[in-house]
Design a protein around this ligand. Sequence first.
Ligand code: ATP
Ligand code: MG
Length: 329
Amino acid sequence: MKELLQVKNLSVEFQSDAGKIRAIDDVSFNVKPGETVCIVGESGSGKSVTSLSVMRLLEYENGSIAGGEVLFENEDLVTKSQEEMRKIRGNDISIIFQEPMTALNPVFTIGRQLIEGIQQHQDVSKKEAWDRACELLRLVGLNDVPVRMKQYPHELSGGMRQRVMIAIALAGNPKLLIADEPTTALDVTIETQILNLLNELKEKINMSIILITHDMGVAAEVADKIVVMYAGKIVEQGTVYQIFDEPTHPYTKGLLQSIPSDTDKKDRLYSIKGTIPSLNDLPQGCRFHPRCEFATDKCLQSEPPLLQENDREVACWNFKEVLKEKVKL
Ligand code: ATP
Ligand code: MG
């Protein structure tokens, strides 16, 4: 199947007081129509920067694309003007963020915000927009739709607000929805409901999804493919089965061991020792080596390239050793 999105060798830089920071470095991944790709990694690994660069929203944040391509239906978004991007955002590609309360306007009703969203994308009457708004709210699983339309954001629960945000994101019939930690602010039961909703939507409207999360448990619920990022680089990518059954990067293994067990969510979690390095003080060799139990002299000296290994990719000199040691989940 042909790809909907092809991110090729993408690098992003920020100007900071300490000089130039390369927040993501040579990142490549693809998304097919109807596919859900999860980008996972700890805080600061470059997940949001990756999604903001696909949307070309970096320019609003002192960042710039230092190299690479973002091909959406074979057209490079990197070379588009912001004017052209405004037409693509919300129509072809939509984005939702973690905290729906800050994205919704507290002084307008849900209905008004949805209708405005629809009329931004489509030349329809108020009545048609109202009907479409109700249809979208039903699609995202809200009940009592006429009542909801007249309510204000604070009158809804966090889960309902996130459903409204998804409805607004769907207003322009996007082919790709980017969801950046969409369930992090929600409790576990509501999180499951929102993830189920994303799965249902994918089936119903054949939309592609890029879901960003630090939680491998979330990725397990929705992902077809998983991209694992560490300190601005992709360290491993493969299908959800490959990543869960046979992780080949020590960092992926660590993330898998950090998933809380279903039986006791409060159990003290395993966490990978150490912390993610600062981008202006990266270790020599492999970026992960100071935290890695598999590290050898080679890892201290030379950065492993992303190797293609049976239609999956891994950047680890010792992946064969890692493979041999099964993860205990
Ligand atoms: P989190 O899970 O906390 O959301 P993330 O993986 O989304 O983390 P990013 O927001 O993509 O992380 O940031 C990656 C790195 O890029 C940050 O650690 C920071 O060093 C750098 N960065 C991001 N935004 C900026 C900015 N506006 N100015 C300077 N540096 C930035
Ligand atoms: Mg982020």
